[in-house]
Design a protein around this ligand. Structure first.
Ligand code: FFO
Ligand code: ATP
Length: 213
């Protein structure tokens, strides 16, 4: 991260602009780092994630679980998805909201789900009203992220999709439990926080379960 002398920055607008610039820099660097992982590292990390997921005690009783399909060097969630299916969990995937720009819907995913590709090139279920679940009805939401820090601050791809969609959830209660998934190389010293950022109580990496607060 570049060293910045913030003493001369005196307006909220300047501070906001500086935070945005830092967030952009972190996003670029960490995305590059995770894209540079070899196929073997990706495969090992994906397998290790399945093992580590046993550390999430809430998983035992959780039934309705949101996951996502990986993209851009993200930790490959495919083996974890199959594992959760074998455990008999009901799975949901994020879908870009067809009418409310910037929001996500969570839609049930099973062997019969018709898939499509969204504008970012990510596979997602074809919108189907009968398969939608409200975020508050989910037991666990496994979330993608670009970077996280030791306070559980999360930096995403920059669309604000998860922050917007989860903004109306009651804070501080553990339902749904939000768990970020990441490679260890996605941990940074500090994510410059914005007021709308939804903090993560947990981050699961292939080698550690982080708990915050
Ligand atoms: N796997 C996965 N699915 C997800 C997310 C995610 O972070 N990971 N999202 C989490 O919110 C939502 C999609 N958010 C995204 C936001 C930006 C870009 C992206 O690639 N942006 C390009 C430029 C944008 C464009 O092409 O129009 C870029 O920055 O290079 C991708 C996904 C929903 N689904
Ligand atoms: N709750 C919200 N209400 C309105 N706008 C929001 C909200 N959350 C985020 N935004 C807007 O979304 C934009 C992107 O936010 P941010 O940089 O935090 O995205 P991100 O966390 O990186 O992305 P994502 O959640 O999609 O992974 C910001 O310009 C912000 O103003």
């Amino acid at each position: 991260m570049p060293a910045v002398n913030a003493d001369f920055i005196d307006t909220d607008k300047d501070k906001q602009a500086l935070r945005q610039a830092l967030r952009g820099t972190i996003r670029r660097q960490v995305r590059q780092a995770r894209q540079a992982l070899s196929p073997l590292q990706q495969q090992q990390n994906a397998a290790a994630l399945v093992e580590q997921s046993n550390l999430i005690t809430e998983l035992t009783t959780a039934q309705h679980i949101a996951l996502y399909l990986s993209n851009d060097g993200e930790l490959d969630t495919a083996p974890f998805l199959v594992h959760l299916q074998k455990l008999g969990k009901t799975l949901y995937l994020p879908v870009l909201h067809p009418f409310c720009a910037g929001y996500l819907l969570f839609q049930r995913y099973d062997a019969n789900t018709v898939m499509t590709v969204n504008k970012f090139g990510i596979a997602e279920p074809k919108p189907d009203v009968s398969a939608i679940i409200l975020p508050a009805q989910l037991d666990i939401i496994f979330m993608p992220l670009v970077a996280f820090d030791d306070q559980g601050r999360r930096l995403g791809m920059g669309g604000g999709f998860y922050d917007r969609t989860l903004a109306s959830l009651p804070q501080g209660c553990n339902k749904p439990l939000l768990v970020g998934l990441a490679h260890q190389c996605q941990q940074v010293d500090m994510v410059p926080a914005e007021p709308w950022d939804v903090p993560l109580p947990r981050v699961l990496t292939p080698y550690k379960l982080w708990s915050f607060r």
